[in-house]
Design a protein around this ligand. Structure first.
Ligand code: HDD
Length: 690
């Protein structure tokens, strides 16, 4: 980042940044410390003295280092960046200037998260991913606190504690960690059909993102844009990743959870450190107020999407993340998002899930961050001025001057003054009704969109969904819970219900509960979101002594130019000898990594190298496993022998690229295309043991 790229937020953060280079150790009071390895004692073998203020301060501070983790979304990773609108086309709908002033870069902090696991859980579990962005606009902070799935489990926030209790580890033994595959979640699900649509998303590969950089984000609720005249337009927010929407496969995620529990976090960090700044496009679906009732679902129901074929997503700007935080706790842990942080021109709707969230986020920050002054924590501070009569509380960081801390006042010249111009004005909506605990009949259809989702999936996506239901329900001990889920699924699609029932040993339903409506929304399938580039993909090149050095270098050079990250893996770190005795640098020892940490694998030629790899179980397994997980597998010259040993064979399977002649140019272009396709699910992997 150059000095010119620094945002207002970045400059503001300078005030809080502390650098320790060239400094001496002090206490919190700034007193220089002469020894931090030996406590002060009465005699060399005597007891520690209370007067050792350095010892007491050091231990006390340590004892108080932990704060409560987030009750949900505890595990996450974040980064700074900016948002930039493409043009002023939204000016007709909203007074939010950060959305409508082209060329203006609004600083942001984005945090991605898993929902159910605790802070130390693995990244690649089956779960929803949070996608929360704080925009530090000159009009104040706007937080878009979304997920990577466009719908939610429940319609009314009053049920959120029930849902979260059901999905979290079970209360008696705190098992399982970061997993939905257990009785309490599925018990809740079978009794609460409104979860069905979201469960289809959760059982799909959307719950297993390859990277935070390769997943969509959604504001989920219908919000409102408000123009200068106070007119409203309904809006749904969408984030679309520039690198395409890609997922891992289930077997892979489970292995990565052990091999590299920080997989997604590391991926985000490394991409930003290496200058591959992740980018998303912000899109909006706009619905005029008068069309509120034009749909066969309720816009206020967060278990429903507006199909993109009905209301297209209009691109409005881009989000770029270009700087990692300096300190995880200070920034990523202490960042506090709140759906209620809105700027003029953006307002809420009466979605009962949204309304509940408006209460919960501020409330939870009070316990998590220890009092009402958390907006003063550097990562949370707006770049807009904060002037009000809030006073005192734990950890007040500002020194409010003057006598008057009330409104109205004359002793402070009436300041801070209340002036309507440019102030946030709530959208005027006429509301009347009886006080009543009742849900609208327009929220009652829990299945049509679950069916829409199912119908929209490609064959391989359907197969993954069925396998996911079978896995999850297979972990459920109570038969009646399995049966209840199958009953619900029979309202989605009869074939789906039968396939799941057959896998989990319950009686398949005799016939469909309702006929499948047959509609689909192609935009929902990951098959229809191709972004075919190898940029930032990790390619493993397997080598041993005797490798064809020219091929290693050639493949590396060609793929690196395309933006891929190539790593040479060998039995030992350091270097291997090429066929002609030259040194070929090794990036990592194979024992420190695994195929699941790469997107594709190449086996270059060189007789001795390939023979050694064929004798090395790690190398054979590497290739079989990559193949099983649908990744591009390539071999040049003698490299094909390793493919044969790994049961990949030399036959034409999708995504397997073999160049027996060792023609570098032909090979790299075919291999790059295969790797860019991400996965090759059409492959026959039944026989593969990996
Ligand atoms: Fe929530 C955190 C997203 C429903 C209550 N939520 C939280 C985070 C995300 C979401 C991304 C993590 C923010 C961060 O990185 O710090 N939540 C959602 C979405 C929802 C949703 C997209 C539905 C559309 N949430 C929801 C409901 C409630 C909450 C219905 C309560 C009634 N959510 C919370 C919370 C959390 C939270 C307890 C925990 C930590 C935090 O807020 O700061 O207040």
């Amino acid at each position: 980042m150059t000095a010119d790229d620094r945002t207002d937020k970045d400059r503001q953060l300078d005030e809080a940044r502390v650098d320790f280079h060239g400094t001496n150790l002090t206490t919190d009071q700034g007193i220089r410390v002469d020894d931090t390895d030996n406590s002060l004692r009465a005699g060399e073998r005597g007891p520690t003295l209370m007067e050792d203020f350095h010892f007491r301060e050091k231990i006390t501070h340590f004892d108080h280092e932990r704060i409560p983790e987030r009750v949900v979304h505890a595990r996450g990773a974040g980064a700074y960046g900016y948002f930039e609108p493409y043009d002023d086309s939204l000016a007709a709908f909203t007074t939010a200037r950060f959305l409508t002033t082209p060329g203006v870069r609004t600083p942001v902090f984005t945090r991605f998260s898993t929902v159910a696991g605790s802070r130390g859980s693995a990244d690649t579990v089956r779960d929803v991913r949070g996608f929360a962005t704080k925009f530090y606009t000159p009009q104040g902070n706007f937080d878009l606190v979304g997920n990577n799935m466009p719908v939610f489990f429940i319609q009314d926030g009053v049920k959120f504690p029930d849902f979260v209790h059901a999905v979290k580890p079970e209360p008696h033994n705190e098992i399982p960690q970061a997993s939905s595959a257990h009785d309490t979640l599925w018990d809740f699900v079978q009794l609460q059909p409104e979860t069905t649509h979201m469960m289809m998303w959760l059982m799909s590969d959307r719950a297993l993102p390859r990277s935070y950089r390769m997943m969509q984000g959604f504001g989920v609720h219908t919000f409102r844009l408000v123009d200068a005249e106070g007119r409203g337009t309904f809006v749904k927010f969408h984030w679309r990743p520039k690198l395409g929407i890609h997922s891992l496969v289930w077997d892979e995620t489970q292995k990565i959870a052990g091999k590299d529990p920080d997989f997604n976090r590391r991926d985000l960090w490394e991409a930003i450190e290496s200058g591959n700044f992740p980018e998303w496009e912000l899109g909006v679906q706009l619905v005029p107020e008068e069309d509120e009732h034009a749909f066969d679902f309720d816009l206020l129901d967060a278990t429903k999407i507006i199909p993109e074929e009905q209301v297209p997503v209009r691109p409005v700007g881009r989000l770029v993340l270009d700087r990692n935080p300096d300190n995880f706790f200070a920034e990523t842990e202490q960042v506090a998002f709140h759906l209620g942080n809105v700027v003029p021109g953006i307002d809420f709707t009466n979605d009962p899930l949204l309304q509940a969230r408006l209460f919960s986020y501020l409330d939870t920050q009070l316990i998590r961050l220890g009092g009402p002054n958390f907006p003063q924590i550097p990562v949370n501070r707006p770049v807009a001025e904060v002037r009000n009569h809030h006073r005192d509380g734990y950890h007040q960081m500002t020194i409010p001057r003057g006598q008057a801390s009330y409104h109205p006042n004359s002793l402070g010249a009436g300041c801070p003054a209340v002036d309507g111009a440019g102030a946030y004005t709530h959208y005027q909506e006429r509301v009347d009704g009886d006080k009543i605990r009742k849900r609208s009949a327009s929220f009652a259809d829990h299945y049509s969109q679950a069916t829409l989702f199912w119908n929209s999936m490609a064959g391989w996506e359907k197969a993954h969904i069925v396998a996911a239901f079978r896995f999850e329900l297979g972990k459920v001990d109570h038969t009646h819970v399995r049966e209840g889920v199958v009953r619900n699924l029979n309202h989605v699609d009869h074939d789906l219900a039968v396939l799941v029932a057959e896998g989990v040993g319950v009686e398949p339903p005799a016939g469909p509960a309702v006929p499948n409506h047959g509609h689909a929304s192609p935009a929902l399938s990951q098959d229809h979101a191709p972004v075919e580039s190898v940029a930032t993909r990790k390619i493993a090149i397997l080598a041993a002594d005797g490798v064809d050095a020219a091929q290693v270098e050639g493949v590396q050079a060609a793929l690196t130019v395309m933006g891929a990250i190539c790593e040479v893996l060998a039995a030992r770190d350091g270097a291997v000898r090429g066929e002609d005795g030259e040194q070929v640098p090794v990036t990592r020892a194979m024992s420190t990594v695994a195929s699941v940490l790469y997107d594709a694998v190449v086996v270059p030629g060189g007789k001795a190298s390939v023979q050694a790899l064929c004798e090395d179980g790690d190398a054979v397994h590497f290739v079989s496993e990559a193949f099983k997980h649908g990744k591009a597998v390539g071999a040049m010259g003698a490299g094909v022998e390793l493919l044969e040993d790994a049961r990949v064979g030399s036959s034409a399977q999708p995504g397997v690229v073999i160049d027996a002649e060792g023609n570098l140019e032909d090979f790299t272009s075919a291999f790059a295309a295969a790797a860019a396709a991400h996965r090759h699910p059409a492959r026959d992997t039944q026989r593969m043991p990996a």
